[in-house]
Design a protein around this ligand. Structure first.
Ligand SMILES: [Zn+2]
Length: 310
């Protein structure tokens, strides 16, 4: 499998010890060597030009604008602190920051093939945290406005002292297999021939394996036996953790829940192999930046136990 998978593999050390030291944080927030990644409405600043890369800035960039969100410490690389700065309150950020013609804010999905995997991972981290801060300004216990602590990986309520942690929502995702056939589904609004692994949020009080069995049963009517965990992927839209499995079907008859899926179909191993190879096939599957691609590929290549089981 491709390693690291998309949205993971950041070089930054998340600085768990340093971020607990208020003096360290304060000095690095103003340190001339520290680097700041402006984010506008969750989109990172990217340099213009042939070779695209993130447009890290010095703090002076923000001298003439008012920043209403505290910089988020993403981590440290070779002693240099790296922060994300949410500038969403600016109406015309490129103009106000003097960046017209130099850089622009770009949606993460649009720059996936243009900037390095390590930088994509940094943006994924920054995007999930910025989204969490935007949505969780108020204490969930008493409603007061909470404050950012530990460089942005927690918030604390000044009134009731409750501490709040960034959300990461677990999602179970699994191609469903039986012998040489694989069950995949198509979500509402997807292209006609695009099929992927079935997926759904893990609910409170269930294991990953139970979540896979429940989701597949609810969406397709198929009963699942063994569930094998393969790998995971952070999914920063806004902040999920995809938990990738392969699920063994015990039944084949489909009873599709059309509120969840536009369609679900059993495909042959040959059809899946053609789709993975980019050959003419009755389906196409998600590209390699999605964990579904790797899970389906692992099954098709026989790299996970059980494909040819009874
Ligand atoms: Zn509170």
């Amino acid at each position: 499998m491709t390693d690291p998978i998309a949205f993971s593999g950041s070089r930054l050390d998340r600085a768990a010890v340093e971020r607990r030291d208020a003096a360290w944080l304060e000095s690095h927030r103003k340190h001339p060597a520290s680097r700041y990644l402006p984010m506008w409405k969750l989109d990172p600043l990217v340099k213009l030009g042939e070779k695209r890369s993130l447009a890290w800035a010095r703090w002076e960039l923000f001298d003439d604008v008012e920043i209403s969100h505290e910089p988020i410490l993403l981590g440290v690389d070779e002693g240099v602190a790296h922060f994300a700065v949410d500038v969403s309150q600016l109406q015309s950020p490129l103009d106000e920051l003097g960046l017209e013609g130099v850089a622009r804010f770009e949606e993460l999905r649009a720059i996936g093939g243009e900037i390095s995997g390590e930088e994509i991972a940094v943006v994924a981290h920054a995007r999930s945290l910025a989204d969490w801060h935007q949505r969780h300004r108020h204490c969930a216990v008493c409603g007061a406005i909470s404050i950012v602590i530990l460089g942005g990986i927690q918030r604390r309520c000044p009134d009731c002292s409750a501490e709040h942690f960034p959300r990461t929502d677990p999602v179970a995702i699994a191609p469903v297999v039986r012998g040489d056939r694989c069950l995949l589904g198509r979500g509402p609004g997807w292209p006609d021939t695009m099929y992927s692994a079935l997926a759904g949020f893990v609910e409170p009080g269930e294991t990953l394996e139970e979540a896979v069995r429940r989701e597949v049963r609810e969406e397709s009517g198929v009963v699942i036996g063994a569930v094998r965990y393969l790998r995971s992927q952070p999914w920063p839209f806004p902040s999920s953790l995809m938990l990738g499995c392969v699920a063994d079907a015990e039944t084949e008859e489909l009873e599709i829940d059309h509120t969840e899926l536009a369609d679900a179909r059993w495909f042959s191993l040959e059809e899946i192999r053609l789709a993975l190879a980019g050959e003419p096939a009755p389906l196409f599957i998600p590209p390699p930046f999605a964990i579904a691609h790797h899970l389906i590929q692992a099954w098709a290549e026989g790299r996970e136990r059980g494909r040819r089981g009874p």
